[in-house]
Design a protein around this ligand. Structure first.
Ligand code: BGC
Length: 747
């Protein structure tokens, strides 16, 4: 709408466009031809409610395909998986009259207990950002807008509407904003959804630094910022911060508050106009397509994609794939009532659900394998003794036992966090007792957040971690068990030994209204690798039914702050499979503590038996950069960087060191800066080093000497007075001028 057209609208009309017209729709003004658009959850299926609206997953929604939730897509490490889901969702959304789908969620899994971890991809921002970008591009190419959420630092459910996430800026930039930045720049999502929580005391919905300075000013975002449902506290303050659309509606109160604020001069009418333009751009972009999506094809797709997401954690004695066993005992409630999604606003009314037991029976029938089922536990029952004893009795008879275990549905939902890492005690006991008598035991897990494997891990031969696989998960699991599909998922989050080992053990979920992100940038594997803490399975871990050889890493420096890597991967086994090449950077360069290892690039490649591929990966400057709080920018410091190809975050297969010149920037010097900062400065450092060297005995400055250590932490102004004129003040000031000239050229 042009300014001239905007002028035809009254202030009241404009304000009304900035608040929802209904629970899932924007405001229409039919008399001037402005239609409403529909927004709906997301992210792994369309949750379109026609009547009985709620945002907690309580009421009915129209049938839609339940694709693998983000926890599973994260484990696929495959952009194609995310893109195929985005493209299919666009078709279903359009057919259901949905213009903006509320997803993907790219918050970082700070703690394994986060109640919505199943809706998020990973503990790593690069993996999250890349997958979300593929999803958003495909969804929007299909004609449906995305809403990347929850912006930002919304990493827990406890007190989610009021908690203040107290996070330092480097941690925000490197970890918690990074995936959002990636998607905004690469995929230009139609909307960004601000979160409920406060960030360093300011509600996200009123955070101008976040919603305007960073998002629009630095990242160049031009789409609309919308609120999470009910996240707006004060409409004028949120508008001034950069929040365009307050949801849900109807919102007469918010509209009136905005009108009053404009009339009182607290909000500029031009700010209202700008927000209206952004909302109307969404309305203009909306298009409808009544073509019925092929739901059968989408179910097949959901199944194929699910098979790529499951992670084979353990496989001893070649237990999997099952090799035509004469009998299989299937145990567990989840074999007949699968867990395939979490609770809350993302809950989808699946078009159909594959039942693992039935899918196993279908495979078994073609092989002449006899399948027996024993329930083993009941998530609702008080006492599961009889069920457990029956399963243990049957376990002694079968050639192999497959136990379907996991977290009960009621334990994993939006709205609350988990309070333990372990499986329910009844299931742990069942697994142990079954494994004690069974010839071989396979455990198939269904859980939205990681669970501890302790106390039973060593008792079983194989563990297949399915997380939550969506409606095709049952068939996918059967395909994987029988070798129809080859596992290729990799952990997108670490499985720790104990909750006490996790980096947020002491700070999650906070207290008295604040959660302090005291782990800083050391989230997930960054922490475990940096402190050298052992974990049960590291980030990036996952087994296959074939073997791979990784060789011939070649790293090339492409510029002062850029490089590229090429590596050869061969499938040395007898089955086709997909291998995830993971490239990490390890460095001590720069003035801040860097994580011991950081994921810098990855790619998943399909390899036929015996096939070799050369995989090339770009390592752009962000792969080497840290956020410098003094310079308020990303900096690649000069120094040595080890480029590592990891089997996972712990095991390095190949590595090569490179030296980068970096950006050549340093924090501005002053006489208050300490001697160490002066010495590290690219322009002022070398002459000062020479002068100090000659003063301290003439043999050059010995960085390891006690004298040097003593002076490096002193402010330069002290040195001037303490050395009684040995270092000339005018000379130092001339160095200062040169250093500032150099900084302004480099910045
Ligand atoms: C959730 C969002 C969701 C919205 C609408 C909120 O409670 O945090 O993720 O999109 O409801 O259902």
């Amino acid at each position: 709408m042009s300014q001239a057209d905007l002028n035809t609208l009254s202030l009241e009309q404009k304000a009304s466009l900035l608040t929802g017209g209904g629970f899932w729709s924007t405001t229409a003004i039919p008399e001037v031809g402005i239609a409403a658009i529909v927004l709906a959850d997301g992210p792994h299926g369309v949750r379109r409610q026609k009547d009985g609206t709620d945002h907690l997953g309580l009421h009915h929604s129209e049938p839609a395909t339940c694709f693998p939730p983000a926890v599973a897509v994260g484990s696929s490490w495959n952009e194609d998986v995310a893109a195929k889901i985005g493209a299919a969702l666009a078709k279903e959304a359009l057919a259901l009259g949905v213009d903006v789908l509320l997803g993907p969620g790219v918050n970082i899994k700070r703690s394994p207990l986060g109640g919505r971890n199943f809706e998020y991809y990973s503990e790593d921002p690069l993996l999250s950002g890349v997958l979300a970008t593929a999803y958003v591009k495909a969804l929007q190419a299909g004609g449906v807008g995305a809403s990347v959420k929850h912006f930002a630092a919304n990493d827990q459910e406890t007190d989610r509407m009021v908690i203040s996430a107290d996070v330092d800026e480097r941690t925000l930039r490197e970890i918690h904003l990074s995936a959002f930045e990636h998607v905004v720049i690469e995929a230009r999502p139609a909307t960004i959804m601000c979160s409920y929580n406060r960030i360093n005391g300011t509600p996200a919905s009123e955070n101008r630094w976040l919603l305007t300075e960073v998002l629009r000013g630095e990242w160049g975002y031009t789409g609309a910022v919308i609120s999470d449902w009910g996240a707006v506290r004060t409409r004028p303050a949120s508008l001034n911060a950069g929040l365009d659309l307050s949801m849900p509606g109807p919102g007469q109160y918010a509209t009136q508050a905005l009108v009053d604020a404009v009339l009182a001069g607290h909000v500029q009418e031009s700010a209202v106009d700008q927000a209206v333009e952004r909302v109307l751009a969404l309305v203009d972009a909306a298009g409808h397509d009544d073509a019925a999506p092929d739901l059968d094809a989408h179910h097949v797709l959901a199944r194929e994609l699910a098979a790529e997401c499951a992670v084979l954690l353990k496989n001893e004695r070649g237990t999997l794939p099952l090799d035509r066993p004469s009998s299989v005992l299937v145990v567990g409630e989840f074999a007949t009532t699968p867990r395939y999604q979490g609770g809350g606003s993302s809950h989808v009314n699946a078009t159909r659900v594959d039942v693992p037991l039935e899918c196993i029976e279908a495979h078994a029938a073609t092989l002449g394998t006899h399948v027996i089922y024993s329930r083993g536990f009941d998530t609702q029952a008080e006492d599961g003794t009889a069920l457990r004893e029956a399963a243990v009795r049957a376990a002694g008879e079968a050639q192999v036992v497959v136990v379907f275990a996991g977290n009960p549905e009621t334990e994993e939902s939006e709205g609350y966090d988990r309070d333990r890492l372990e499986l329910p005690p009844s299931q742990v006991r069942l697994i142990k007792e079954v494994a004690a008598v069974a010839a071989r035991t396979v455990v198939v897990l269904a859980n939205g957040g990681v669970v501890s494997l302790e106390d039973w891990h060593d008792d079983v031969e194989a563990i297949l971690e399915g997380f939550l696989l969506g409606q095709g998960g049952g068939a996918a699991i059967a395909d994987l068990l029988f070798g129809q599909a080859n596992p290729s998922g990799r952990l997108a989050e670490t499985i720790p030994y104990r909750l006490q080992d996790t980096p947020t053990w002491l700070s999650f979920p906070g207290e008295q209204g604040h959660v302090r992100y005291s782990e800083g940038v050391m989230v997930g594997y960054r922490y475990y690798e940096t402190v050298g803490a052992p974990v049960r399975y590291p980030f990036g871990h996952g087994l296959s039914y074939t073997d791979y050889d990784v060789s011939d890493l070649r790293v090339r420096v492409d510029g002062p702050s850029e490089a590229s890597a090429a590596v050869m991967v061969t499938n040395t086994g007898a089955r086709a499979g997909k291998y995830v090449v993971q490239v990490y950077i390890s460095t001590k360069a720069g003035p801040v503590r860097r994580p011991h290892r950081t994921l810098a690039a990855f790619a998943k490649v399909h390899l036929e038996p015996g096939e070799t591929k050369i995989v090339r990966l770009q390592l752009d400057r962000r792969a080497f950069a840290y956020w410098d709080v003094l310079l308020a920018r990303w900096v690649v410091p000069d120094g040595t960087y080890v480029v590592q190809v990891g089997e996972n975050a712990t095991t390095v297969l190949r590595e090569q060191s490179i030296d980068l010149d970096g950006d050549g920037v340093a924090p501005p010097l002053s006489l208050q800066a300490n001697v160490g900062e002066w010495l590290a400065h690219p322009a002022a450092g070398p002459p000062l080093r020479a002068r100090m060297g000659s003063l301290m005995g003439g043999g050059g400055l010995d960085d390891d000497s006690d004298e040097t250590h003593m002076v490096t932490s002193m402010p330069m102004i002290q040195i001037l007075s303490l050395t009684g004129g040995a270092i000339d003040g005018d000379w130092l000031l001339s160095l200062l001028t040169t250093s500032h000239e150099e900084e302004s050229t480099n910045l």
